[in-house]
Write a protein that binds this ligand. Sequence first.
Ligand code: GLU
Length: 390
Amino acid sequence: MLMENLYSEISASEAISLRKQNLANAKRVVVKVGSAVLTDDNGINNDAIQNIAQELSFLKKNFKEVILVSSGAVAAGKRKITIPDSTTIGLVEKQALAAIGQPSLMQSYELAFEECGQNVAQILLTHSDLADRKRYLRVRNTILALFRFNVIPILNENDTVAVDELRFGDNDTLAALLTNLIDADMFICLTDVVSLYTGNPQTIKDARPVHTVKAVTQEIEAMAGNVTSALGTGGMQSKIRAAKIVATGGGSSFIAPGREDRILQKIFNGELIGTFFLPSPDKNKPRKQWIANVLHPKGSMVLDTGACAALSKNGCSLLPSGVVEVRGKFGIGDAVHCIDNKGKIIATGLVNYSSEDVDIIKQHHSHDIAVLLGSNDSDEIIHRDNLVLL
Ligand code: GLU
């Protein structure tokens, strides 16, 4: 019933007018295109690349600053060489395939954009580039300089050097983080599905397209089910997660069919195509977005009900007295989850104490810290400036 309300309460004309308002104000746009859109049985599909190049050049000519996040390196690499049937394709092999495919991918883009009179640049990133705040801001400055040079940056994960814990995992997440990083107004995820559906269209016959999502609630996340495509790594769930990250950064998102001819022009004409996600009214500040979305939490702390309420309702800092249990190992400055006694994550923040020290001072008054640890570096375990409610 709830699912029904989430999309049917908006009429088609209302949905179109919401889109048009947001599209008219969008000056900076991040477009992400997945492997399934760009490659076919013969490798990189040049028609698809040309369509993307023309569409992005169209946005550029219409005074939008635009970046492209493109997958396709692994898929392009796979189609370029003959891999013996006996070879298991694990992480190392995928990293090698990305090294083979990335130059072909960029060459195809260079040629296609050249025909549109548009220069492009390549940026390859790992998660650790964004987890370091200084390098995070450096990436932003480089992209802004490329905008001033009228160049379209094309980004991908630097697959060959990313190790498990330092991976974005999928380019949907990378594109969403970049949207917030450069304060883009809109994230457009071009994929091989037409839109989000009320259920998995591969298995549920009467699954219907969802045109507008006001907020990414648990019900919306449940709609994503486990719809995946053969070539990409993301699937619908990571696209929804990406739209959620963008919404908290104050941007709107689209999930739309990437092989559709003139897809971006259709979106910018306000056609009812794909799924449109509205920005969240509670936008997080840039530093808080970085803490919540970029950093991988190293552990968690279970809080008592008083502390949960103080954090959620009153915007307080986290004091030692509110922590009842420490889980995992973390050091000073790490991102750590705050969870309630039912295991629900309520916040994440940068801690002023290591897990060992929190274990000693937990459930004590801040006045006792100096006695318990020999010195008091801070009254709070997480200061509210470093705390983000989730
Ligand atoms: N970076 C990978 C590639 O270029 C794709 C990751 C993804 O599918 O999201 O092949």
